[in-house]
Structures are given as structure tokens and as C-alpha cells.
Design a protein around this ligand. Structure first.
Ligand SMILES: *Cc1c(COP(=O)(O)O)cnc(C)c1O
Length: 360
């Protein structure tokens, strides 16, 4: 009782852990580039050879405003709806930590899907419920079955679209229907790590209609910046404000801020779009070649930068890839994927080499 906040809160925030709602956030050192910094115990000189814009001797700005604004505009949302973190992985972790009480609450996942949702839940001590995607309908979302499985302990539902490792988009209207039905009951997270490789605007334009919707985007895949560790969590401002209390105050390094701002300038974005176009052409070529190949049972159509393919002899396919110096992902442990491997679309030369190795 004593932990309950006195002010009335929205039905969405009421889903959060009470101790997180009342948590006093760490008061980081005031950030004002116009003033001299004698308040953060930093060294007043740059390290020898430090050519960064702001100086690595300084703590970076928490939630750097320029970066937040740039990412918000990239994804067509407001800065207040944007939390920048170390990849989408950090967003996944923050949502689970904010909304799931250890030993009491649960998350729901729709396998086969990305493994981090369940790992983040287990680290937090939350249970993991599974409602498989419908394999007979190309791994489509069965929103009503998900809804039926959402008892009051389920606080977070994770969907992935395009889904990793199956490659298909989930139906946007089905996801919106689920978000609406879960209002005041659970947070719906839609992970769009591969959104740039697919057609359509994704779920970000629907955020205003759904107070419990969280969309995850990342620079790791289509932007070619996996090593920079920069992802965005898009949600209602009150969710973003809540999660800001949990994210470490200096999560984004100054090196990342400066590099990413440069990579989001129009010339770099133009290169990125050309590469996405090339990658989609290669995806189509790989898809058709694999489909015609002896020893391949099935190839699933993909809206991402990878293909899921089922092999008659997957061990042999893995070995042949390795012999050609190529790693592909063994996903056979995932439910319903008994003979399947996940193949990332590479350069035309890599794809040729893979096709040749597999057909030998
Ligand atoms: C790769 C991947 C991520 C990880 O993204 P980061 O931004 O690099 O943390 C998140 N979700 C899915 C489904 C992925 O495949």
C-alpha cells in the first residue's frame, strides 16, 4: 500500500512496477555546454590525441538532444516519444525491468522468434509464456490466441515484424487490434529491427492511437551500424519518461553520438537506401535459386535481410557452407524449425559462393 503513488496515474503507467513508478532517478551532472564544468570531477584536458568534437574527458549528454531529435525525425515521431539506447537490446531489457515484478509477472512471446525477449524476462525473474506463430499460415500472428493467453500476470507482449528468424511481416491491423484489446492490461512491444527491408511504414505512425504500444527500431541492421550500438525505443511520452529513470545516465558514448549524427546526414542515408535496394534484389535472387535447389525443402518468403530455408540434410548444408568459409545460422532448436537454417543475404559475391557451395 505504502508504495502506491498518491497521484492518479494513467492506466498504462499503472501497469509498471510500483517501486519503479516511485523511484527517484539518479541526478546526473547538469549538462550545459555554455558553462565551464567544475562539477563532475572530470579532467579539464583532453586525452592525448582525442579528436572528438566534444572531448572524451567530458561525460556525454544524457539522452543527447541532437541525436534524439535526429532519430525521432528519422522515424517520424516526436523527441518526447523517443528513447535512445545501446541497441534495441537495451530497449527490450528496460521494458521488462519497468513492467515485470520478479516472481510475479510474465512476458508473452510468439515463437519462433528473437531470443532476447525470453532472456531479458528470465534475467528479471519474469515468467515466459509462449503462443506460437501459425506455421501453416506462413508464421502469421494469431492475435486472438495471444489475447486469450494474456491473463493479468502478462505485462508485456513481444512481437517481431519482420520476424526473426522467419522473415515475414506480421499483419499491422492484427497488431493494432491486439494493442487496443490490451490497453490497460499489458504493453505491446513491436520489434522492427528489420523494418527498413520491408514495404510499408511499420507501426510508428500508429503510436498516437495506442498508449500501450512500444516500437523498437535500430541502426544495427539496415544502417550498417551494429558496432555503434544505437537503437531507439518509440512510445508514448509517459513510457519514455518512465524508462529514462532506468537507463544508465551516460548510456550513449560521445563517440557514438558524433559518429551516428554523421551517418544520418542525407549523403549517408542515400547510400544506405541504395544498399537496401541492392540487398532486396539479392534477397529475391537467393530466394529463387534456393527454391529451385535439390536438397532444399522449402524457402520462406522474407521481408528482412535474411532467408529461412528448410534443408533435407541441414548438417550437410551447414558443413558445405563452412567449407566455403561461410557461417549460416542453425535455428533448428526453435519450435517448428526442425530442418531450418537462417541465411543472411550478403554481397553478390558471397551469395554466389553460398549457392555454389550448397548445390555442390
Ligand atoms: C538484431 C536484432 C535486434 C538487436 O538489435 P540491436 O539494436 O543491435 O540491439 C533486435 N531485435 C531483433 C529481432 C533482431 O534481430
Amino acid at each position: 500500500m505504502s508504495a502506491a503513488p498518491k497521484l492518479s496515474i494513467s492506466p498504462t503507467l499503472a501497469l509498471a512496477r510500483p517501486d519503479i513508478l516511485t523511484l527517484q532517478a539518479y541526478e546526473h551532472a547538469l549538462w550545459d555546454p555554455g558553462l565551464e564544468r567544475l562539477h563532475a570531477n572530470e579532467l579539464p584536458w583532453r586525452a592525448s590525441g582525442d579528436n572528438s568534437g566534444a572531448g572524451l574527458n567530458r561525460y556525454p549528454e544524457p539522452q543527447p538532444r541532437a541525436l534524439v531529435a535526429r532519430l525521432a525525425s528519422l522515424y517520424g515521431v516526436a523527441p518526447e516519444q523517443t528513447l535512445v539506447g545501446r541497441g534495441s537490446d537495451e530497449g527490450i531489457d528496460l521494458v521488462v525491468r519497468a513492467f515485470c515484478r520478479a516472481g510475479e509477472d510474465a512476458v508473452l512471446i510468439t515463437p519462433p522468434t528473437f531470443g532476447m525477449y525470453a532472456v531479458a524476462a528470465r534475467i528479471q525473474g519474469a515468467a515466459v509464456r509462449s503462443v506460437p506463430l501459425d506455421a501453416r499460415r506462413g508464421f502469421a500472428l494469431d492475435a486472438d490466441t495471444v489475447l486469450a493467453a494474456c491473463d493479468p500476470s502478462v505485462r508485456v507482449v513481444f512481437l517481431c515484424s519482420p520476424n526473426n528468424p522467419t522473415g515475414n511481416l506480421l499483419d499491422a491491423d492484427a497488431m493494432a487490434h491486439l494493442a487496443r484489446a490490451l490497453e490497460g492490461r499489458a504493453i505491446l512491444v513491436v520489434d522492427e529491427a528489420y523494418g527498413e527491408f520491408a514495404e510499408g511504414p511499420g507501426m510508428a505512425p500508429r503510436l498516437a492511437a495506442h498508449p500501450n504500444l512500444v516500437v523498437l527500431r535500430t541502426l544495427s541492421k539496415a544502417h550498417g551500424l551494429a558496432g555503434a550500438r544505437c537503437g531507439s525505443l518509440l512510445a508514448a511520452p509517459e513510457i519514455v519518461a518512465l524508462l529514462r529513470k532506468l537507463i544508465p545516465p551516460y548510456a550513449i558514448t560521445q563517440l557514438t553520438v558524433e559518429a551516428v549524427l554523421q551517418f544520418l546526414e542525407p549523403p549517408a542515408l542515400a547510400v544506405m537506401r541504395e544498399r537496401i535496394a541492392l540487398l532486396r534484389r539479392e534477397r529475391a535472387r537467393l530466394y529463387h535459386s534456393l527454391q529451385r535447389m535439390a536438397g532444399v525443402d522449402h524457402v520462406w518468403p522474407s521481408e528482412a535481410n535474411f532467408l529461412l530455408a528448410s534443408f533435407v540434410q541441414p548438417d550437410q548444408a551447414l558443413q558445405r557452407s563452412l567449407d566455403a568459409g561461410l557461417l549460416v545460422r542453425d535455428v533448428r532448436r526453435q519450435p517448428g524449425l526442425g530442418h531450418a537454417l537462417r541465411i543472411t543475404v550478403g554481397t553478390p559475391e558471397q551469395n554466389d559462393r553460398l549457392l555454389q557451395a550448397l548445390s555442390s
